[in-house]
Design a protein around this ligand. Structure first.
Ligand SMILES: Cc1cc2nc3c(=O)[nH]c(=O)nc-3n(C[C@H](O)[C@H](O)[C@H](O)COP(=O)(O)OP(=O)(O)OC[C@H]3O[C@@H](n4cnc5c(N)ncnc54)[C@H](O)[C@@H]3O)c2cc1C
Length: 381
């Protein structure tokens, strides 16, 4: 079968790889990262960055399963392509003892047998002296199979594997998708691609292809980068990725020092307290061309200074990004017809597990059954 995958991002590139592994003819269509956001008039992506947290545990079993499946394949993909993207520095999820979120995490840890050490106040302080936590905080520490992935490099690895497996990559974007005997994709330059079926994996820009067929919301997100010195970075070399599950339901996250393409080393933190929906393509484009929200950046900086009081910050930088949520908090693996399928809306969590999300999308598009757990939206009680 000839399957066109629309969107050469984290999920789409993974889908194309898995579909070609399964023996299908695959055409993958999507633009590269724009060199200049101000003049790029096509879609943007949520993976234009060097660090995304990866961890096996998640309060939602769907996400825990998808992450574990993906993480188990990281090293093979790296070895196959020669592209390194996984830094196994560990991950810590912390929150108030007895809170619903921490209890759910404990449930997932037990159910899925995830090796994560439970640490409490003094143990946390001893193991991670650079973090300051409120008394009564507990943390699950995953020392292995966790840390961070480089999302740009992960996409590069998927595309390298795709190329080696004969996938055709078309660097353009789809402006129209129509169905007849098969599907016809019209590209921005006017050219057309014909295939038997199509899989839409276009992240936050999916509405232009799905219309109102599916319910989802795209939110603006600001991540703030904190430049640190080389010596500070060395001192924090053992720092894990951190997520704090606050009683308010917010879950600010923090990545350890990572070197960026400008040669500098940054810690990155995110955790918008207000969800601002982006409802039109124009609003999405304007957001990606912006420098993020400075008010959110200031809130994040205050959070970081509280969490790491000893950190010396040399400079800060805000980055705009988007996350796409479904009402069920699991992605849209849907059939829009017998020829058009979707795999998008990764609910702010889809980098680490994109390889498995892509595999599931590929199964759907090729007519294979998805496992029951792919539709399991419930949380552990
Ligand atoms: C600030 C921030 C921090 C995050 N942190 C984490 C984290 O720590 N851990 C984690 O696991 N996840 C994290 N995420 C989420 C993760 O980055 C996303 O879930 C992931 O990138 C989603 O992958 P995707 O393939 O759906 O979308 P994308 O990676 O955005 O890819 C979609 C692709 O589709 C293309 N496209 C769009 N429209 C068209 C079209 N019409 N035709 C052709 N191509 C098109 C785009 O160009 C893009 O390349 C974070 C997200 C943000 C914003």
């Amino acid at each position: 079968m000839h399957i066109a995958v629309i969107g050469a991002g984290m999920i789409g590139a993974a889908s194309a790889r898995h579909l070609s592994l399964a023996g299908h003819q695959v055409t993958l269509v999507g633009p590269a990262e724009p060199g200049d956001a101000a003049t790029h008039d096509g879609p943007f992506a949520s993976h234009y960055d060097e660090g995304r947290i990866t961890r096996q545990m998640d309060p939602w079993p769907f996400w825990s399963r998808a992450s574990r499946a993906s993480i188990a394949r990281y090293r093979d993909l790296e070895a196959q392509t020669g592209v390194r993207f996984f830094s196994e520095v560990g991950a810590l999820m912390a929150g108030p003892e007895g809170s619903g979120q921490m209890q759910r995490l404990a449930g997932v840890r037990a159910r899925d047998d995830v090796p994560a050490e439970l640490l409490q106040d003094a143990e946390l302080a001893e193991r991670f002296p650079y973090f300051s936590f409120h008394p009564g905080t507990i943390g699950f520490h995953e020392a292995s199979h966790a840390g961070h992935v480089n999302p740009r490099a992960m996409v590069r690895a998927q595309l390298a594997a795709c190329a080696a497996q004969g996938v055709t990559l078309v660097r353009d974007w789809v402006t129209d998708l129509s169905e007849g005997e098969g599907v016809t994709l019209t590209l921005s330059g006017g050219a057309q691609v014909r295939a038997d079926r199509a899989l839409i994996a276009t992240g936050g820009f999916s509405r232009s292809l799905t219309g109102e067929a599916l319910d989802f919301t795209v939110y603006a997100r600001t991540a703030t980068m904190f430049e640190v010195s080389e010596s500070q970075a060395e001192a924090l070399a053992a720092m894990p990725s951190l997520i704090v599950l606050l009683p308010t339901g917010e879950d600010p996250y923090l990545l350890p020092p990572i070197r960026y393409p400008d040669g500098k080393v940054y810690l990155k933190m995110g955790g918008d307290t207000v969800d601002v929906p982006l409802e039109t393509p124009e609003a999405l484009t304007a957001w990606f061309r912006s420098g993020g929200n400075p008010e959110v950046g200031a809130q994040i900086e205050a959070l970081l200074r509280g969490r790491m009081p000893g950190l010396e910050i040399l400079s800060t930088l805000n980055l705009p990004c988007v996350t796409t949520f479904t009402p069920d908090n699991i992605p849209h693996f849907k059939a829009l017809s017998d020829k058009v399928f979707t795999a998008f809306a990764a609910c702010g969590r889809g980098a680490k597990n994109s390889d498995e999300l892509g595999r599931l999308g590929g199964l759907l598009a090729s007519g294979e059954a998805l496992p029951d757990w792919a539709f399991e939206a419930a949380v552990v009680a």
